[in-house]
Design a binder for this molecule. Sequence first.
Ligand SMILES: Cc1cc2nc3c(=O)[nH]c(=O)nc-3n(C[C@H](O)[C@H](O)[C@H](O)COP(=O)(O)O)c2cc1C
Length: 182
Amino acid sequence: MHTLIIYHSDYDHTTQIAKAIKAGVLAAGNDADVVKHELVGDFNIDDLKHADVIIFGAPVHMGSMAWQMKKLLDATANLWMEAALEGKVAAAFVTCGGFGGAGGGAEHSLIGLHSHALEHGMLVIGFPKTLPGFSDAGLQWGLCVRTGNHEGMPTAINDRQLLAARSYGSHVRETAGRILRD
Ligand SMILES: Cc1cc2nc3c(=O)[nH]c(=O)nc-3n(C[C@H](O)[C@H](O)[C@H](O)COP(=O)(O)O)c2cc1C
């Protein structure tokens, strides 16, 4: 199975999470698995066609997904015309400062990523609350890693968040395997 993790990151938090998700996908896969993680800026949109599973990721900016990710998603209109992504499996993750104690737009951003996937006819996988890591970085809509403290300042990604990201990656791979029979 070919899994693509496509995301934006300015300050590396989202990249670290993308790498941990990749490790989880690989851990749950088989010898034939190919897993790539790509920043939106370096990305050729046609490569979305080659993936069986696409995991979309973004930092939360001003209450919704960072515009760089939205720009990429809007540019997939030609793929929509061809129905090129229909039937593929999708999942979503965000990182957020979460200032104020809540998500700060995290759920909204995840749902925005889901909307895009559903627009293409993709099958969206969430993050069930019984999975390892849910209490550290889980939302039923997907993985949500908080990268700010109570003063609103950035913090380093911690080991529990990395474990949650691996857990989510494994869950997506296992579920995609059941759906796509691989
Ligand atoms: C311009 C900007 C706007 C942001 N807006 C929000 C926000 O609305 N809600 C939130 O929870 N975090 C917000 N953040 C925090 C980022 O989502 C968080 O630091 C994220 O982990 C950054 O990811 P990165 O290191 O991959 O760039 C914002 C950060 C920036 C730079």
